[in-house]
Design a protein around this ligand. Structure first.
Ligand code: BGC
Ligand code: CA
Length: 343
């Protein structure tokens, strides 16, 4: 009787053991080894270069805390076709999670299909896919920042500077003559930043007169060109330059410097991002103020999310909106607090 009981217990234990060991086969321990594929739209983009560098650092930190993490980075050089191929290659190399900065934010379907077929979660970042595409699969996430907030902050900074300095209205007509340098057409941050900055200025009682605008695709050299064109039309009338990012604000400054404008004849410039060069320009008083695009916070959220999406651990520490989105807040940067942002 006793022997039979021992045998029964023994058989059940063996069955349980086999069950938990995956029927005798060695199961891969995904939680210990993570391969991350990072695909970004263009390495010529200053902010993206800094953001991807931060992301690599964050993954290294996670790697030091016991997880084995490999990161493979691919630059699409501005071509969605190239990026689709790169994602296929990364999946072929057994990446178990992807961080994707789309070239064309309206065209993620091929990447989503590939990832879904292979069950590889995607964290989109910085270039936000449209909502319908984000609904295509439950393992799609987005990490970025709220464009409207950055525009409002740029507007508020401009209000403060204008209110504190009568010299800005150079022709003393009670209006601020301004131009806008815009990012890529169709990018969530371009149109919204411009609109909300201008609305904020207007609603705080500042009278504006728009002289012109130019699309400079986030790029310093293109912004210098656009600004030179605007200057040939309005050589001495421009009192303020609102740029959708720091690189373009700096390109506008380059244009004035190249044409040897004196400091007193220059307008005030406002940027967004707080890139290394942008922060330096605030210290040097070339750019009046900028808005910090929290690349460290975005990189940390992406690293946590990547690890969580693969291992299932730590997701509860992330502040999701609608279960898929993480937006890091912007911060205003002026001469007074700029040093807090230098790392
Ligand atoms: C940044 C720009 C950058 C763009 C790229 C924006 O959020 O402010 O500097 O060029 O993203 O997608
Ligand atoms: Ca004026």
């Amino acid at each position: 009787m006793k022997i039979k009981r021992y045998m029964a217990v023994g058989i059940v234990s063996c069955m349980l053991l086999l069950f938990f060991c995956g029927c005798g086969k060695q199961q891969p321990k995904v939680s210990e080894k993570i391969q991350v594929g990072v695909a970004f739209y263009n390495q010529g983009d200053t902010f993206l270069g800094e953001l991807v560098a931060c992301l690599k650092q964050q993954f290294e930190k996670f790697g030091n805390s016991g997880l084995e993490i490999t990161v493979m980075v691919r630059d699409a050089a501005g071509s969605q076709r190239t990026q689709d191929d790169q994602v296929e290659e990364l999946i072929g190399m057994k990446c178990n999670v992807l961080c994707v900065n789309l070239v064309d934010r309206a065209d993620p379907s091929e990447i989503i299909d590939l990832a879904r077929k292979n069950d590889v979660p995607i964290i989109f970042f910085n270039r936000e896919p449209v909502a319908e595409d984000m609904m295509q699969w439950e393992k799609l996430y987005y990490v970025g920042a709220d464009a409207q907030q950055s525009g409002e902050m740029q507007g508020e900074l401009a209000v403060d500077v204008i209110a504190g300095n009568q010299q800005i209205d150079k022709n003393r007509d009670g209006k601020i003559q301004y131009v806008v340098l815009e990012g890529e057409a169709g990018h969530q941050d371009a149109i919204i930043r411009t609109e909300s900055a201008v609305d904020t200025l207007k609603s705080s009682g500042i009278v504006l007169e728009k002289l012109g605008a130019g699309i400079a695709n986030w790029d310093r050299a293109q912004a210098q060109n656009r600004m030179q064109q605007l200057l040939s039309q309005y050589p001495n009338q421009i009192e303020m330059v609102l740029a959708n990012n720091d690189a373009m604000a700096l390109g506008a400054v380059d244009a004035y410097e190249k044409l040897n404008y004196t400091e007193g004849a220059m307008p005030v410039f406002f940027g967004i991002d707080g890139t290394e060069a942008g922060l330096e320009a605030v210290i040097d008083r070339k750019v009046a103020a900028t808005v910090y695009n929290d690349k460290e916070g975005q990189a940390l959220a992406m690293a946590k999310l990547a690890v969580g999406a693969v291992t299932g651990a730590g997701l509860e520490t992330l502040a999701f909106e609608n279960e898929k989105y993480i937006y890091l807040p912007y911060q205003k940067v002026t001469e007074d607090n700029v040093r807090e942002f230098l790392y």
